[in-house]
Ligand binder design. Structure first.
Ligand SMILES: [Ca+2]
Length: 267
């Protein structure tokens, strides 16, 4: 049985968090559990539809296209204050989600990077503004990241369907254990076959800085690149509905740090 099916397909409606049993947390302690292969945990929790709010002016990098959102993480934010300081850029899961995630205890911003502590609580959240983060239909999605420590843990950056319906398409990049090389995973959109996916190895290490980019043309193609080097362009199982760009880390493994220098999403 696929562990993702055994896990939590959690619907969160406005004002009501409905969370299933945290089976994934216990499953994560079993041997052989890893990020990029047969055993991943449950699909990401579907976040509540954000209340439209006046969108603050986002930080705009000079090198980015005018239509893109860029966050360089240049403003200091102590642990517990990132959601407030970066409300225009970072929409974390509520602490306690799935019994795994507690972003208010793990994430800080200093020295120009988002610093995600590993080895305690897990972290998950969506990049972008409240107004637009859940509405991506195509575009370019980039992140520059590295990790130290965290063996046995890993990260998955992904485009996840806003509908929460897995067959609307899952695009993961980069994803993998920190003590291994990250990959891209392009999932099937055939209902019941969503766990089938194409894997594209990067050949690079989490231990060094790399820039990972997804170029998504709705219904047509997804191109995966690392440091400007195209891994492949995939033209099947290409989503066409709204997605959000997010990442998650687990609450297991060694202590360490996932560092995110900047993130860019088309808006
Ligand atoms: Ca930075």
């Amino acid at each position: 049985m696929n562990r993702r099916h055994r896990g939590l397909l959690v619907a969160i409606t406005a004002g009501a968090l409905v969370l299933g049993a945290p089976t994934a947390a216990s499953a994560a302690t079993t041997s052989g559990w890893w990020w990029g292969g047969h055993g991943r945990w449950q699909p990401p929790v579907t976040a509540p539809t954000p209340t439209p709010a006046p969108a603050p002016v986002a930080d705009t990098g000079s090198s980015a296209p005018a239509a893109s959102f860029v966050e360089d993480f240049n403003d200091y934010a102590a642990t517990g204050l990132v959601a407030q300081t970066y409300k225009q850029a970072w929409q974390p899961y509520p602490d306690g989600t799935s019994g795994i995630y507690a972003p208010s205890k793990t994430v800080s911003v200093h020295d120009g990077v988002m610093d995600v502590q590993l080895g305690g609580a897990g972290t998950a959240g969506t990049f972008g503004t409240f107004a637009k983060a859940w509405g991506h239909v195509g575009g370019s999605f980039s992140v520059r990241a590295k990790a130290t420590g965290g063996d046995g843990n890993g990260a998955a950056f992904m485009l996840w369907p806003t509908s929460g319906i897995w067959s609307d398409g899952e695009i993961d990049f980069p994803e993998g254990n920190f003590d291994e090389s990250p990959s891209a995973y392009h999932h099937s959109m055939t209902p019941g076959q969503e766990s089938n996916r194409v894997q594209l190895g990067t050949g690079v290490s989490w231990r060094d800085w790399h820039t990972y980019k997804i170029d998504w043309v709705p219904g047509k193609s997804v191109t995966y690149s690392v440091d400007g080097r195209v891994l492949d362009t995939i033209t099947h199982d290409v989503p066409w509905t709204p997605h959000r760009f997010m990442f998650q880390t687990g609450n297991w493994g060694d202590s360490g740090n996932l560092l995110i220098d900047w993130v860019s999403t088309t808006e």
